[in-house]
Ligand binder design. Structure first.
Ligand code: 5GP
Length: 347
């Protein structure tokens, strides 16, 4: 047994230190980033925020709404090939270029990904997603997908340490998804005791990925726009959001009326709810590692995404970053023991 003594940080442990800036207004801040990906050589330009591939977040409807802002959606893996065909038919290239096709790592998943990707050249992102990215099986699967799709952008995860980021990039991933345990409907840390504070995971994994020309997605744990900014400040190239984009019209969750108020169901992809829906219940050998909650129904996602982008722009003006790309270079985090003042309740 070993103990690592240095303290790892979450979003709640830091704030940005303001810096002198020549920017007059947040309207001067450019959130669009241009990437050329390591293996595929593909170029992509957009706002590097991604709706999570959860079945009450990453829907086709979410993709259509967020693409208007250049924001991405990792579409969940529970749509059929026929659903995809229909979606592709009714979407123009600006939507499909901002969509990630999610997949697990079974042979059936591989075939389904092939069938979906064969329908159009406009789909360029594949998101290989398993809860525990430390399995050797994931590395082999990434190699297999890279061999099949040499010119597609491949994301793989989830992991939280630099060694595994490097291994996945060397196996063919352009992007590595980072986060174990920070999610809003995740119970992994409670059920297993495994996890890594998300800000430190981002800082360490970004360093490893960038050294090899790879990119990372900070996935999970953002509860407000300030956290999204902190993830970018820590070095995340992309930030993935579940809970912050759940509960909206486009999230496609089940709407429930209770005492005259509208709610939407939101659940973890390893929760009892998800396994009942997609796998015929929780298998005997495993425990659910996600929870199910009811969120007040929030209407269209438009206001929320504007609010998040406005927050990140404002962060950039406080530290003098004219472009999102500069934010991490201009970031000094200060360790804190307080965040917002809650005397009149939470925002
Ligand atoms: P959020 O933005 O809601 O904090 O986190 C979203 C992320 O939580 C997802 O992208 C995914 O990585 C993770 N997640 C989703 N469902 C589950 C689950 O049931 N269990 C665990 N451990 N993580 C989940």
């Amino acid at each position: 047994m070993r103990i690592e003594q240095d303290l790892k940080l979450g979003f709640k442990d830091v704030l940005f230190r303001p810096k002198r800036s020549t920017l007059k207004s947040r309207s001067q801040v450019e959130l669009t980033r241009d990437f050329t990906f390591k293996h595929s050589g593909r170029q992509w330009s957009g706002v590097p925020i991604i709706a999570a591939n959860m079945d009450s977040v990453g829907s086709f409807e979410m993709a259509a709404s967020l693409a208007k802002h250049g924001v991405m959606t990792a579409v969940h893996k529970h749509y059929t090939v026929a659903d995809w065909a229909e979606f592709i038919k009714r979407s123009d290239a600006s939507v499909l270029n901002n969509v990630m096709v999610s997949t697990g790592t079974s042979d059936a998943d591989f075939q389904k990904t092939k069938d979906i990707m064969a329908m159009t050249d406009e789909l360029i992102f594949i998101c290989i997603d398993i809860a525990n990215g430390y399995s050797e099986h994931l590395v082999e699967y990434v190699e297999r997908v890279r061999a099949e799709f040499p010119d597609k952008v491949i994301s793989a995860g989830n992991v939280v340490t630099g060694d595994m980021v490097e291994e996945l990039i060397l196996a063919g991933a352009d992007i590595v998804k980072v986060g174990i345990g920070p999610g809003s409907v995740c119970t992994t840390r409670v059920k297993t005791g495994v996890g890594y504070p998300q800000l430190s995971a981002i800082i360490e994994c970004a360093d490893a990925a960038h050294g090899l020309g790879g990119r990372i997605i900070g996935d999970g744990g953002c509860a407000c726009a300030g956290d999204v900014a902190k993830a970018f400040g820590g070095g995340a190239d992309f930030v993935m959001l579940g809970g912050m984009l759940a509960g909206h019209e486009e999230s496609n969750g089940e709407v429930i009326e209770k005492d005259g108020k509208m709610f939407m169901k939101f659940y973890g992809m390893s929760s009892q709810s998800a396994m009942d829906k997609h796998s015929g219940g929780v298998a005997k050998y495993r425990a659910a590692e996600g929870k199910t909650i009811l969120l007040p129904y929030r209407g269209p996602v438009e206001n929320t995404i504007q609010d998040i982008m406005g927050g990140v722009r404002s962060t950039c003006t406080y530290v003098g970053a004219a472009q999102l790309k500069e934010l991490t270079k201009r970031t000094t985090f200060i360790r804190v023991q307080e965040q917002e003042n809650n005397v009149f309740g939470k925002e």
